[in-house]
Design a protein around this ligand. Structure first.
Ligand SMILES: O=C(O)CCC(=O)C(=O)O
Ligand SMILES: [Fe+2]
Length: 283
């Protein structure tokens, strides 16, 4: 098969990300930047053309069996319990999380997702939109482009991201559920605002915004200061979301521990970059 042409998949009429000098590009960039400045979230609906979604779903169906399932119990900060605090404190509220990540090395040459990630106009547009000075594709061959497969009963409980931003592409929703909910700017670098976080965990809705992303929607989200969750998915159909990772350092890869937890295995590069001998791969 010939290498795929990503121009056939992205709706370039609506999102002319390859036409930097055009007024339409400038308009698009301003609107995405305004959305990010407003509440830390920008959605580009139907970024992938409607008539190509079936191809994207077929790609996800093909690799979904290679997903690695992992389970954890975390608070919204991914931190340890602190027994000195009251049980109701957000630091002490732990939730089950389960997901299945399809490692990046399952997407072949003809992959639409990889084609998009490696098409220079895509990272360049995202970088401009986010206004990041240091911005590179991730050098981790298991984690640069992945699919998160979510099945019935699972979601992603309330949390703050540990990275500054996430770039995701919705591919398929579950039969029901799977709404993305977020509380813009509920904490700041200088104020954890535990009381407001606790109220959201108790079910308060006044700060919560809800998004139902559709197939082909691209989302840029700054989740470090906005508490957010994916509500559990219901029904037989799996929820597929692609996650594109970008980093500040061009040669960075994940740590062996985290990589093994999320993807079920490590590659020699993970051990080498961690200063360990690759023959330690043989467990
Ligand atoms: O699956 C999604 O839509 C986003 C999940 C999320 O919040 C994350 O990966 O940090
Ligand atoms: Fe998140």
């Amino acid at each position: 098969m010939l290498p795929m042409d990503i121009r056939e998949f992205v709706d370039l009429e609506r999102y002319p990300i390859d036409q930097k000098a055009s007024p339409a590009f400038g308009k698009l960039l301003s609107s995405v930047r305004a959305a990010l400045a407003g509440d830390g979230c920008a959605v580009l609906p139907a970024f992938i053309r409607g008539d190509r979604i079936a191809d994207l779903i077929a790609e996800a169906d093909r690799v979904a069996p290679f997903g690695h399932r992992s389970f954890s119990r975390t608070n919204v900060y991914f931190s340890r319990d602190n027994p000195n605090l009251p049980e109701t404190h957000p630091l002490r509220r732990f939730y089950d999380r389960s997901n299945s990540f399809v490692p990046a090395d399952n997407f072949g040459e003809e992959s639409i997702l990889r084609g998009l990630y490696e098409w220079p106009h895509f990272p360049s547009f995202i970088q401009s939109a986010l206004g990041e000075r240091r911005f590179h594709r991730y050098a981790d061959p298991l984690a640069d482009v992945i699919i998160n497969v979510v099945e019935e009963g699972s979601g992603f409980p309330w949390h703050f991201d540990t990275n500054n931003y996430t770039v995701t592409l919705a591919i398929q929703g579950g039969t029901a559920g799977g709404e993305f909910e977020y509380c813009p700017g509920i904490r700041t670098p200088t104020d954890e605002n535990y009381e407001a976080v606790e109220r959201v965990l108790d079910g308060a809705r006044e700060r919560v915004k809800t998004l139902m992303l559709g197939p082909g929607d691209l989302q840029l989200f700054k989740g470090r200061y906005s508490l957010h969750r994916v509500k559990p998915v219901a029904g037989d159909r799996k929820r597929y979301v692609a996650i594109f990772s970008f980093v500040e350092e061009p040669s960075m890869v994940g740590s062996p521990e985290r990589t093994r937890q999320l993807y079920g295995r490590v590659l020699p590069i993970h051990l080498e970059r961690a200063g360990r001998r690759a023959d330690a791969l043989i467990d």
